[in-house]
Design a protein around this ligand. Structure first.
Ligand code: ATP
Length: 905
């Protein structure tokens, strides 16, 4: 028999489950041990040894190995061993880098692992989806990804989109009755839910019947294992650049070797030099260092509560020009407290706090006993009944209230509690029969209740202006009156007064229910308006500052909210989002606009009010048409298309649904706007750091090639020996470059405009800096070599040691210059501890190879005197200290500006 043929009771028996209490933790552990985790098997990762061996597959390493062989054959054993050691060390370094990059990436993926709502030991708990086991009772609701295969035992308006399995994108309505028939296709198994499918509407509960590879998804897992691209645009560009650099380095190397041989150097020496030079000149470590810089930056973002789901977005973050942010919970605290009530044309204030009963409700500033205020009690109690939040009074001296559920609904429960109206008591008077859940597009929620006399009522709460249109009566002077214009004007006026105080408003209405209804629309009409509750939701304190910083960084902040236009405007003004000439657009007007009309106005609009999630996509598209790089926040299922289309889709960690999170490239673990700002800052910095070490590595390589090339051209002896070149490649290029990858942000990182999204690797003067500094490094090294030779023409080894040291020191001094786009003097020298450490260790290693007698024959070095060092340091400082002289050329258009501050206010 199939699961869908069985009744829920049979499924319960067959899975040895308990529908009422779920599995016990012990039982679930036992099952987990037997069946394994609820996850699809991933493609096998290459073993550590394979990763290590892979390091030697590189073409240049193979060339080096050939060079070792050649040295060995010619009896130059010391050279052979030294080069071999360097190749091995290089391999180890590459291995460590690759492993670190991979680990950081998989840690990222683990962070965004899905969770599920599971009944364990009689309590609903949220667990990682991988811990679900057969027999568990799980609950799904709109926006969730179904965590395992389940047989539903109860559903409420449940619809699931199963295209991942069936290819059919229209959601399937689900129910819990048994179905007859055999071999039904998955799409017809309407009482089943399948792992990986997406709940688009309603909610449901069911028993897990299969997990992991045993699920329907597991059966086709091999077909769908497609990893999303984790390669960033910059990495892609660097890959292409790498190929060009290889060709260029080889060409130059061949040139150097050719000239060298022509000048009379020995062929063996020149081949070895050429090979070493080619190896040193090709920045083979670059891709790994880029990945490490990205991964480390991303870890830093996690500490700042921003979880990057798609690596390429790290780069896009730095180019963001507009942030479209939800209001509730992102700009504000989502801590709602009802402070104002309005019934029958009268205002009431509600005092904050939960203290003693007296003085909680004020009318005209005076405390009033609410018991005798019939309509007010009706307003408060209906709001508690049409509600899914729970509040319990803690038994401590503070009378704290423990709240569970949606903050708007919780606020209504608390306002009822303050009048002594508890849900428990009210449910004794009214039995709840049905519910039409809240939805951001409808902007209301209704319940159907039955009182003790058997009379049925619809109670609706929702956005007042929307609800008002569904009302044909209003309670006034204790009795329902026909909703004449005079009354609706009164309501609108009250709404505007409450809204202008930045209060979020909820209206309550009801009707006695006669006859039947099918849909929400049928139930929610001809209602009687009862009154309004207005609640404060204070802005998050740090948001104001963040918005100012975004402005400075050339980023516009736009508020998108389902709230009333007056409330939205008031908050936007408080937060300084809305400039005096900025526009506010309402959802209704937005719907009426064509795409072209919106594009024409979009730059002037700062607040979108009473919008539905569907509107967000239109806004994203219009902004993108105007060349904006858009970051868009969202949490619900309906937000997913906009999140996906935005350049940076941002989902809320707390309130976000699985669907929104999966569509996003960034998740805010604290739902806070300020975190978006930090992520952008971090994104900009990561990109700048990558530019820093590209500059460092390539300038170093240019220097290394030029010193050899010029020496050959002038007819000088070899200034550097192969082993020395390889040493520079390993030590001087490796550690400091990595340290640049974690460099601190320059202080102007958030005061300049966003980076152009399509800018080239060498834009903003980077190419010029690489060539000019590389040129100077090469020339000064050669100059030091020549001077040393002039002083003592018969001491070639000493001159080579001087050249070697000058090259190393010039690079190690230049690395500090790479920290700033402006000049070395703009930054504190010791700020980056890693860099100071890397430079010091490189210097110590240099001293070791020069002054350790045992190593001197290996590296062909001799001890140097203080005088030599003075010469070395003087020559090595030139490339970093003198470039102001180059500024004249640089100004002639080599530096591309950032995007102009056109979006800043
Ligand atoms: P955003 O988070 O984008 O700023 P929002 O969360 O304020 O928007 P919605 O949740 O769509 O927007 O709410 C829109 C309106 O619906 C609110 O102003 C309020 O009047 C009403 N509303 C909100 N929550 C509920 C609820 N649980 N029941 C009934 N009405 C609600």
């Amino acid at each position: 028999m199939n699961w869908y043929n069985m009744s829920p009771d049979d499924v319960e028996k067959n899975t040895n489950s308990r529908m009422k209490t779920g599995l016990t933790t012990d039982e679930s552990k036992k099952r987990l041990a037997e069946d394994g985790y609820n996850q699809l098997k991933e493609a096998k990762k290459p073993s550590a040894i394979l990763v290590f061996l892979n390091q030697f597959k590189d073409f240049m390493v193979l060339v080096l190995l050939a060079a070792i062989l050649l040295s060995g054959l010619l009896g130059e054993y010391l050279d052979a061993i030294a080069i071999l050691l360097i190749v091995i060390m290089n391999g180890i370094l590459g291995f460590v880098q690759e492993r670190k990059a991979e680990k950081s990436l998989s840690a990222l993926l683990a962070l965004s692992a899905p969770t599920a709502s599971v009944l364990r030991d009689g309590e609903w708990v949220t667990l990682p989806a991988r811990e679900i086991t057969a027999g568990d009772i799980i609950k799904v609701s709109s926006g969730d990804r179904v965590g395992a295969d389940i047989r539903f035992t109860g559903t409420k308006g449940l619809a699931i989109e199963e295209s991942a399995l069936t290819g059919e994108s229209v959601p399937v309505q689900k129910q819990s009755e048994r179905i007859s028939g055999n071999d039904l296709p998955l799409g017809d198994q309407s009482n089943m839910g399948f792992m990986g499918t997406m709940v688009t509407q309603g909610s449901g509960e069911g028993i897990v019947i299969a997990t992991g590879m045993k699920t329907e998804m597991g059966k086709i897992a091999h077909l769908i294992q497609s990893a999303e691209s984790m390669v960033t645009p910059l990495q892609h560009k660097l890959e292409q650049l790498g190929k060009i650099l290889i060709a260029l380095s080889i060409a130059l190397t061949v040139l150097v070797v050719g000239i060298g041989v022509y000048q009379g150097h020995s062929i063996y020496d020149m081949i070895l030099s050429g090979v070493s030079l080619a190896v040193a000149a090709i920045p083979e470590g670059l891709p790994a260092i880029v990945t490490i810089a990205l991964a480390l930056g991303v870890q830093k973002m996690i500490r700042r509560k921003a979880i990057v789901r798609k690596l390429p977005s790290v780069e896009t973050l730095g180019s963001t020009t507009v942030i479209c942010s939800d209001k509730t919970g992102t700009l504000t605290q989502n801590k709602m407290t009802v402070t104002h009530l309005w019934v029958e044309g009268k205002d009431w204030q509600v005092t904050e706090g939960n203290g003693g009963m007296a003085g909680r409700f004020l009318k005209g500033g005076k405390p009033v006993d609410v018991e005798n205020e019939k309509t007010l009690v009706q307003l408060l109690s209906y709001a508690v009944l049409c509600n899914n939040a729970e509040a319990t009074l803690e038994e401590d001296e503070n009378d704290d209230i423990l709240l569970k559920g949606d903050p708007t609904e919780s606020a209504l429960v608390v306002s009822g509690l303050k009048a002594g109206l508890t849900r428990k008591q009210l449910l004794k008077l009214y039995e709840r029969l049905d519910e039409f859940p809240f939805d951001s597009s409808r902007k209301m929620m209704s319940v159907v209740v039955k009182n003790n006399k058997g009379e049925r009522f619809v109670i609706t709460k929702g956005a007042p202006d929307v609800l008002l249109e569904k009302c044909d009566a209003i309670i006034w002077n204790g009795k329902p009156q026909r909703m004449q214009r005079w009354y609706s004007e009164k309501v609108r006026k009250a709404l505007s007064t409450l809204g202008s105080q930045a209060l979020r408003t909820i209206a309550i209405a009801y009707k006695p229910l006669k006859g039947s209804y099918e849909t929400a629309d049928q139930a929610e009409k001809n209602l009687t308006f009862v009154g309004l509750q207005g609640m404060i939701d204070p802005p998050r304190p740090e948001v104001y500052e963040s918005i100012q910083q975004c402005k400075q960084a050339g980023i516009k902040t736009v508020m998108i909210t389902g709230d009333h236009v007056v409330t939205a405007t008031a908050i936007a003004k408080q937060l300084d989002i809305l400039p005096p000439d900025g526009k506010v657009l309402e959802g209704r007007a937005l719907s009426a606009m064509t795409d072209r009309e919106l594009e024409n106005e979009v730059d002037q609009i700062y607040v979108y009010a009473r919008v539905s999630p569907e509107h967000k996509l239109k806004i994203v598209k219009a902004l993108q048409k105007k060349d904006h790089i858009v970051a868009m926040t969202g949490d619900g299922v309906n937000d997913a298309p906009a999140i996906k289309s935005a350049n940076i889709g941002i989902a809320m960690g707390h309130t976000g649904t699985d669907v929104a999170k999966e569509a996003s490239s960034l998740v805010l673990s604290d739902d806070n706007f300020a975190t978006i700002r930090s992520a952008i800052e971090e994104g900009r910095n990561i990109y700048e750091n990558i530019r820093k070490f590209i500059r460092y590595l390539l300038a170093s390589n240019v220097g290394e090639i030029l010193v050899m090339l010029f020496a050959m051209l002038i007819g000088l002896p070899l200034p550097l020996l192969p082993i020395q070149i390889l040493w520079v490649n390993l030590v001087t290029d490796g550690l400091p470059a990595m340290a640049l990858g974690v460099d601190q942000a320059e202080e102007n990182v958030m005061t300049r405009g966003p980076r152009m999204v399509n800018e080239g690797v060498f834009s903003r003067g980077l190419g010029w800096k690489i060539i000019s500094r590389g040129f100077l490094i090469g020339v000064m090294t050669l100059f030091a070599f020549w001077l040393s030779l002039q002083q003592s023409p018969d001491q070639l080894v000493k001159a080579q040691t001087v050249a070697f040291s000058t090259l190393v020191m010039a690079q190690l001094i230049h690395v500090f210059d790479c920290r700033s786009e402006r000049s070395v003097f703009h930054r504190h020298l010791l700020e980056n501890r890693y860099l100071v450490g890397a430079v010091l260790s490189s210097v110590i290693l240099l001293l070791i190879v020069i002054y350790t007698p045992m190593l001197q024959p290996v590296f062909h070095t001799v001890p140097l005197t203080i005088r030599d060092w003075l010469l070395i340091l003087a020559m090595a400082s030139v490339p970093t200290v003198c470039p102001p002289g180059f500024h004249f050329f640089k100004k002639k258009g080599t530096s591309e500006p950032h995007r102009p501050h056109k979006t800043a206010i």
